[in-house]
Design a protein around this ligand. Structure first.
Ligand code: KG4
Ligand code: ZN
Length: 365
């Protein structure tokens, strides 16, 4: 299919309600005509994590407003759409259902085709939306809910090389912030403290480096920080501002070391005829961390690989990535009907061994 396509994307799998309009003319970079996102941080703040029922209700209340704003900002009406793409999983099931029901209703009412999109595919295909890169490439998803290495071979061809067996790294940053009484989301607060700390003062573990492959684990590291904090409190009756900075710096250095080494391995695992894939792309909020990003860039340049980090607004949760993944699928004739089911778990690579655990933001697939 070679005509220009305009799709509405809908995303509601976690704690962001989002709608976007993306237009694509073959041979050109796609245009994000509008991307409306309403976050829910304040609704969940008192609970120390995302409360699925509150999230689902907020999505139901906000989706129509998001869609209206996205269409208005794009300067189009429903009649200009070629199809509707919606996140069908993985994620918090109430949220996924809210978006899926909205999309099914709209598609039925407007007589438009539906495209059910895997949220992780949305993240994984974003470098093609922003930079038009060719397949195959290596993708590292690092956010509050996801952590995996994927070789992306096509719009529906993903090979999972490894991922977390417990917490996602963003989740670990959030938990460290919580145990050190720093504001949420934890990533930016911990990074700011770490910048003033001594990363060598505490010797935190680098989990799973002793095991081959590129699976990751962050839960033991979090426990090590907790124990060190408790030991400081027991010996001195509390922790100083400098203790806190050093704990953050030590933790962040451990995460950065692990991600750098596992990325080096993932590049080696995906090497074809001895040369690695041309591009490592990252997505997810943790990719905003300057120390981690610098380490990933170093690994890439040492291996002759380009490092690509899409703008943060498109590499954290958004609906433009869902509209784009919808366009990629629609062009291949992959459309769905109103019988598709919302899925709390939906691994991108069905052949890869299942993952353990489910974080505060839902299933990590
Ligand atoms: O991709 P994202 O917006 O949402 C999902 O989790 O899907 O990622 C949010 C996560 C949070 O856990 C947040 O603490 C983390 O990304 N994060 C960071 C930084 N900025 C955000 N982690 C480390 N360093 C940062 N600068
Ligand atoms: Zn996500």
């Amino acid at each position: 299919m070679t005509r220009t396509l305009t799709l509405l994307g809908i995303e509601s799998s976690c704690d962001d309600t989002a709608a976007a309009v993306v237009r694509h003319r073959p041979g050109h970079l796609a245009e994000v005509l509008a991307s409306d996102i309403v976050g829910q941080t304040s609704l969940h703040a008192a609970f120390g994590g995302v409360v699925p029922e509150i999230a689902a209700r907020a999505h139901v209340e906000r989706l129509d407003g998001c869609i209206e704003r996205a269409l208005a900002e794009a300067g189009i009406s429903f009649a200009d759409l070629d199809a509707i793409a919606v996140t069908a999983g993985p994620g918090l099931i109430g949220g996924v259902l809210s978006g899926a029901m909205m999309a099914k209703g709209l598609a039925a009412g407007l007589g438009l085709p539906l495209v059910a999109v895997n949220h992780l595919a949305g993240h994984a295909l974003t470098p093609r939306l922003t930079d038009g890169i060719a397949f195959p490439y290596l993708m590292l998803l690092v956010s509050g809910g996801h952590c995996q290495y994927l070789r992306v071979d096509g719009p529906d061809e993903f090979h999972r090389l490894g991922g977390t067996i417990d917490d996602a790294p963003g989740e670990a940053f959030d938990k460290i912030a919580k145990l050190l009484a720093l504001p949420q989301p934890g990533g930016p607060s911990v990074e700011a403290e770490a910048a003033l700390g001594d990363a060598r003062r505490f010797d935190f573990p680098r989990p799973l480096l002793d095991r081959p492959g590129c699976d990751l684990s962050f839960s033991g590291l979090k426990t090590a920080v907790l124990r060190t904090r408790d030991a400081l409190i027991a010996s001195k009756g509390g922790i100083t501002a400098q203790d806190r900075r050093d704990l953050c710096a030590g933790f962040q250095a451990a995460v950065a070391d692990v991600l750098a080494e596992k990325t080096r391995r993932a590049l080696a695992m995906t090497a074809l005829d001895g040369s690695p894939l041309a591009v490592l792309a990252v997505a997810g909020g943790v990719a905003a961390n300057k120390a981690i990003r610098a380490r990933l860039e170093t690994v890439c340049s040492a291996n002759g690989v380009s490092f690509l980090a899409p703008p943060l607004r498109l590499c954290t949760d958004n609906a433009a990535m869902i509209a784009w993944a919808g366009i990629e699928r629609f062009r291949l004739g992959m459309v769905d009907d109103a019988t598709f089911t919302a899925r709390p778990r939906w691994p991108l690579d069905a052949r890869a061994p299942g993952m353990i655990g489910s974080g505060k933001k839902g299933a990590k697939a």
